[in-house]
Ligand binder design. Sequence first.
Ligand code: 4AD
Ligand code: MG
Length: 431
Amino acid sequence: MQEGFISTREALARGDGERVKLRGWVYRKRDLASKVFVVMRDADGVIQCVVDRSKADVAAQASSATIESSIEVEGVIRSDPRAPGGKEVEVEKFNIIGLADDFPIKGGESIDYLLDVRHLWLRSRKLTQIMRIRATVLKALRDHFTSNGWWEVSPPILTQSAVEGGATLFSVDFFGRKAYLSQSAQFYLEVMIFSLERVWSLTPSFRAERSRTRRHLYEYWHLEGEAAWMDMHDMMKFVEGLVKSAVKAVLDERQEELQFLGRNQEPLEETLKSSFAEVTYDEAIERLQRKGVNIKWGDDIGADEERVLTQDERVPFFLTMFPKHLKSFYMKVCDRRPEVALGFDLEAPEGYGEVVGGSQREDRYDVLLQRIKENNLNPDDYQWYLDLRRFGSVPHSGFGLGVDRLVMWITGIDHIRDVIPFPRLRERIYP
Ligand code: 4AD
Ligand code: MG
């Protein structure tokens, strides 16, 4: 099947007069009196293919190829400044592999309609560029863990207990008993650090979010890490390196895609050159008050406040040291200020807001038990989690990174549904 075929990208790098064999899909077509122009796309890009009407049989084939038909072409490379990429293929053979019916996307359709035909809309050049960037981000993140000696582990998705509170749990029937779809692999990763020390996983996480926003999905991709012997600041340093590795890979390897999307690359370049600042919750409240936001110490910093804090920033920064009543029971309580938890969020600039949530974990049995009770949770449900503090407890920290949120910021896309191929939306689980 593969023999002799090259990609559009390779073809555009070939010299005039070279013979090439290509295959892909009809992206655009123009029938003129003397020529048929077919712009063909493949996974790498597009190339213009030209058939002269003097080759009547070949021109007839090209002419009958509908938009989105799959095709094979053979021909010779010619420079032409008017062609996309500066070169075109002078076609000598043109085969239709799969003739397409009238393609239901013609341009100008509503977002709702495009979601109905998501399985076809994913062929669009915009979504293709985003998916390529997404793959590069995922590869960079994985490589960063591996090259720093972290172990990948495989936690379950069906769970018994809430990590991030009951309000956003999806329940499923598990042979007559109630089980839940995982919100976070954190507790399972905490188990694994007692053997592997530094572990990570990439899994779907599920949140039955009540509010619909541009940055919430019901099912999202969660990259989580957990490590023994690391305190909050050690983990923040690691997260900074992790996020920078993804930004660097995209700047190095996905230039054409960023340009296609019209992404301003300056904030990404500045991100690589800067070190991420730490802004405490106390400072953030003051900043918000100075900007005229009606907020006081103890109030939650939600999506709206995050937008205010990040919209004029160009580089990600950490928000830290939250009032403990705003955060989960597992976060370690600060020794010097017992009303504060050792948590950190990474805030993406340019209005994007939280992309990572992490903390140092409460490693003292008694304090953890107390926190479970204070949060009106049943200690029996957390027996195995408490056990970790009974048998060789260690200081440890961890974090969860929303992959979709990170891709959203890096690509500069304004809605999270466009950075994941099959977004689950409240109105539809489709396709
Ligand atoms: O801040 P969160 O809720 O933290 C946790 O789940 C921790 N247990 C993670 C850990 O420490 N292992 O979620 C972590 C990240 C958020 O910062 C955000 O980027 C992303 O997950 N996230 C979502 N992304 C898309 N849609 C949603 N509904 C999301 N909820 C959280
Ligand atoms: Mg969070």
